[in-house]
Design a protein around this ligand. Structure first.
Ligand SMILES: NC(=O)c1ccc[n+]([C@@H]2O[C@H](COP(=O)([O-])OP(=O)(O)OC[C@H]3O[C@@H](n4cnc5c(N)ncnc54)[C@H](O)[C@@H]3O)[C@@H](O)[C@H]2O)c1
Length: 249
């Protein structure tokens, strides 16, 4: 897909990976709706993007991906402002293993991705008047392996991969011009990864061996999943081991 002139929406885009994905889309000429539950950081990111990429090309909408009403209202704003949707990044995610947080982690990481995918598909599918498009769901390398310290996170990311691959194989998508892909990074330098001083021994050892990828580097993989029309049902693994980068489909 040629990104220039297309309309995109990114969830969890106030900071971290979502912000980097939005920046790459804007740099390539897309119009982008950045959405996030954190309005303070979201507004600051909006200002930064407007200054760099033009006031009319970007919109911030405060959106909680766990709320159906919020998400529907945001999609309505996307349609009202930009007339449709071509690129959807379901990216918002949190860690949450404790008894008071695990259900929220499932709500954000899995149900939020399902909600965003279903709403995007409804707007994109050609049999409902859409233009086709591409949906990229942020999973994680944790969606493909065992994570003894983060079973809930691991389960949600396994779910995102199965969900994305299943939609990608469905005629509802293949007959209607919609591709669905999953992005699976290893550790990335964002607020989600605790600073070394707060990291447990296991994480410290892992980080010593694997290091942290930059958000800009992972955004290159994201853009490949968006731009390459041959990628459907793709599961892109990105990471590094002892400084050696790997990118694998
Ligand atoms: N950082 C990593 O090492 C890493 C590795 C693999 C996958 N991921 C995934 O990448 C995605 C982005 O994470 P990040 O590393 O940029 O972390 P981050 O914490 O920097 O960014 C996450 C963003 O999501 C937003 N968010 C949280 N709950 C939300 C909700 N209910 N509704 C809307 N927005 C919400 C936050 O406000 C924040 O802006 C997540 O899905 C995460 O699981 C991260």
């Amino acid at each position: 897909m040629k990104v220039s002139g297309k309309v995109a929406m990114v969830t969890g885009a106030a900071q971290g990976l979502g912000k980097a994905f939005a920046a790459s889309l804007l740099a390539n000429g897309a119009k982008v709706v950045i959405s996030d539950v954190n309005s303070e950081t979201g507004e600051a990111t909006l200002k930064e993007f407007q200054d760099k990429y033009g006031e009319d090309n970007v919109l911030f909408v405060k959106t909680d991906v766990t709320s159906q009403a919020d998400m529907e209202a945001t999609f309505q704003q996307v349609r009202a402002r930009f007339g449709g949707l071509d690129i959807m990044s379901n990216n918002a995610g949190i860690m949450g293993e404790t008894s008071d947080l695990w259900e929220k982690a499932v709500d954000v990481n899995l149900k939020g991705v399902i909600r965003g995918t279903n709403l995007a598909l409804d707007m994109m599918r050609q049999d409902k008047g859409g233009r086709g498009g591409v949906i990229v769901n942020t999973a994680s390398i944790a969606g493909l392996m065992v994570v003894p310290t983060a079973a809930v996170y691991c389960a949600t990311k396994h779910g995102v991969i199965g969900f994305s691959r299943s939609w990608a194989a469905s005629p509802v998508c293949t007959d209607n011009g919609v591709r669905v892909n999953a992005l699976c990074p290893s550790f990335v330098d964002t607020a989600m990864v605790p600073p070394e001083s707060e990291a447990g021994e296991e994480l410290k050892t892992f980080l010593d061996e694997h290091g942290l990828m930059s958000v800009e580097y992972v955004a290159e993989g994201f853009m490949d999943l968006v731009q390459d029309d041959a990628r459907n049902g793709a599961v892109l693994k990105m990471g590094q081991i002892v400084g050696k980068v790997y990118v694998e489909y």
